[in-house]
Design a protein around this ligand. Sequence first.
Ligand code: NIG
Ligand code: FE
Length: 411
Amino acid sequence: MTTLITNIKELLQVRETDHKLITGKDMKRLPTIKNAYLLIDHDTIVDYGEMKDLRGIETDNTIDATGKLVLPTWCDSHTHIVFAGNREQEFVDRINGLSYEDIANRGGGILNSAEKLQNTSEDDLYLQSAKRLKEVIKLGTGAIEIKSGYGLTVEAELKMLRVIKRLKKDFPVKIKATLLGAHAIPKEYKNNKEAFVNLVIDELIPQVGKLQLANYIDVFCEKGYFDLNDTELILKAASNYNLIPKIHVNQFNAFGGVGLGVKYNALSVDHLEELNDDDIQALKGSHTIPVALPSCSYFLSIPYTPARKIIDAGLPLALATDYNPGSTPSGNMNFVISTACIKMKMTPEEAINAATINGAYAMGISNMYGSITKGKKANIMITKEVPSYNYLPYAFGDNHIDQVLINGNIQ
Ligand code: NIG
Ligand code: FE
């Protein structure tokens, strides 16, 4: 099966050689071809170029993209889309004056979601999650990381991870699974956090490791949740099962989580709404990519990750949604990109790089996803007719996507 897309107004994120990660000043450059074609064979990008160089070829399918842009699908490297129900009441409570912290302290927040999830059957959890996944694919997401973390018991965490495994089997998008065993301290362990950390280390990690249900290990490293010592113990235990760290750090407080992540060769450190100079220094020369989650800042009215400080220090940056019921009930990467431009002063080029190739890096898949490169997977989207790519983040709130192709197939 071959598909030829013709008359593309501009083909974005074209990378001849396989760049794995775009850093610093290079993030301002988005390589494109105007008036282009793109050729797909089965699930793979096999050719592209200017229309004037297109020689007559026979294809099974032709899509005319006159006036439209074509780009790789979004790579959303941080989500919690497997969850039960919602937390709309807490949303109203916050409008009425309670803080995210107040809500967590009175047993709401993550504990609220965990209770709901524990009382939801695996099939129902799958159906709720599959519905969300279908929706984000329509919004242009073609690769996604999904975390556990709303289980808070060994059994419920395994249930979440089995749901992720089923999503992997049933959906054509690329999915990576992360074990977030230490997401909050369950009620029963309120005065005995150490025992819960031991449960994660002695039971949860080995079971998940043996069943190979996760690619990555995550910890919510934050005051009132898990400290540096807890985090280090968990990362060490996970390394025995080759679970690479991708950790929640610096959402509300900066106290060395970034440096710890780098020390353990984390693939990514995520959130970073609070970021100090030591954190920036720790990231320099490392393989760890910082990930910003602007929809979370928007929804919780907390600071935005200082993207300019990060990029101007020569570092890379990825953008992701953080789709979850508590801090970010949205999986829309288009909104993330607009918000990054509007609130974090990222240029459209930087935001698109951060949401495609750098997002792919943050999931360890940039060899096959995140750019228009021969040999990479044909996960691409075709926009509606728009004046230029600047228009995508500029006209925020509009849906600019016309068609999404995953593995070469129209969704
Ligand atoms: O990434 N910060 C920790 N975890 C999630 C939110 C969890 C929740 O409130 O349900 C996040 O923002
Ligand atoms: Fe998160």
